[in-house]
Design a protein around this ligand. Structure first.
Ligand code: SAM
Length: 337
């Protein structure tokens, strides 16, 4: 081998080693730009992309959550950072994804961090039962299905309780324990689907994202509405209201998964209420409730998972709804900002 060829091979190898470390940190547009520069980067970028397609959850959930695109439309999904749990403070802005790493042991936006943040009510003392359940009188447990009209509510054990993560009263705290996938539809974009049979009442996933104040939610919704109408963004800011029994007041929870969240951000709307039940979960000792999805019906493998985004406020610039249900009103519900 000539001196010149040896030098070129060495340079290509170091470029590849550098690319293996750096490319997994790039968002899709920057990754595509890097891939277009030379053959070495194109090969590394292709490997990063195939790992991304194989698992939207970046190795942070129990099972991989793959993307499937049976359509001819190559539009990618809106880029976002992955967090298994909701958070209330500004998070880091970068996350490696699609690298050659083994499954990460910890989530940068972890539940432990979340619970020990300002949202924890420190004077609360948890339960000290051995087998926690409503039947055995655990003070932390309780379920109300919301009467089939509003959101349901569930109480679970928390950080100050003597039980561990394996406790039966912590169903929503162990991450996504069922197989799901993200499938492209020509009209609705990406949507979340069951990848196994799901039984009525089974926990599917939480809606993870950033807790924002109502004022901030209104500000963001206005911007998102403008961008969504030009197809530049797929907004995922969910507003849920829990009405008090008097009906006079309500608790409003705003979670924004547009830039950081989990796969719940892919759940599409259905005018008939869909097959998911929204439940506000209160963990003992935590101030803010968490928003979780349970199967409202028995769901077959491959079926799309949907819920109702809320009451429809008919607006001249409302986005068209393609839920395809008999009850479809033709327009997606939109939050009054
Ligand atoms: C939370 S995102 C859901 C995931 C989204 N489909 C995607 O590709 O990222 C909400 C957006 O999905 C689309 N969407 C959800 N449900 C829909 C429906 N029933 N009909 C049409 N578009 C829908 C709208 O563009 C909406 O702004």
């Amino acid at each position: 081998m000539s001196k010149m060829t040896k030098q070129t091979t060495g340079e290509a190898e170091s470029l590849e080693q550098w690319a293996i470390l750096v490319l997994p940190w790039l968002p899709p547009s920057a990754l595509a730009a890097a891939a277009s520069t030379c053959r070495s980067l194109r090969c590394v970028a292709a490997a990063v992309n195939s790992r991304r397609v194989a698992d939207a959850a970046r190795g942070l959930e129990i099972y991989p959550i793959p993307f499937h695109n049976p359509t001819s439309d190559p539009t990618p999904y809106s880029y976002f950072l992955y967090s298994r749990f909701p958070f209330s403070s500004p998070p880091p802005f970068f996350q490696s994804w699609g690298g050659n790493l083994s499954r990460p042991a910890t989530n940068p936006f972890s539940l432990a961090n979340f619970i020990s943040s300002v949202t924890t009510v420190s004077f609360f003392s948890g339960c000290d039962c051995v087998n926690c359940s409503i039947d055995r009188g655990c003070p932390c447990s309780g379920f109300d299905d919301g009467g089939g009209i509003g959101v349901g509510s569930l109480r679970e054990c928390g950080v100050h309780c003597s039980c561990g993560l394996e406790c039966v009263n912590r169903t929503t705290q162990r991450g996504i324990g069922v197989r799901i996938k993200i499938v492209r539809d020509l009209k609705k974009g990406w949507g979340l689907h069951a990848d196994q049979v799901l039984n009525r009442g089974e926990f599917i996933c939480e809606y993870a994202g950033e807790f924002v104040t109502t004022e901030e939610a209104r500000r963001r919704l206005q911007t998102y509405d403008e961008l969504a109408s030009t197809n530049k963004l797929s907004p995922a800011l969910l507003v849920v209201r829990e009405h008090l029994p008097s009906g006079k007041a309500c608790l409003r929870v705003n979670i924004d998964a547009t830039k950081i969240g989990n796969v719940a951000r892919f759940i599409n709307h259905s005018c008939d209420g869909g097959n998911l039940m929204v439940v506000l979960v209160r963990i003992s000792g935590s101030f803010l409730p968490r928003l979780c999805f349970f199967a409202a019906l028995d769901i077959s493998e491959g079926e799309e998972l949907t819920f109702s985004y809320g009451d429809t406020h008919l607006r001249p610039n409302g986005l068209p709804c393609f839920c395809g249900k008999e009850a479809c009103v033709g327009v997606l519900p939109s939050e009054e900002t």
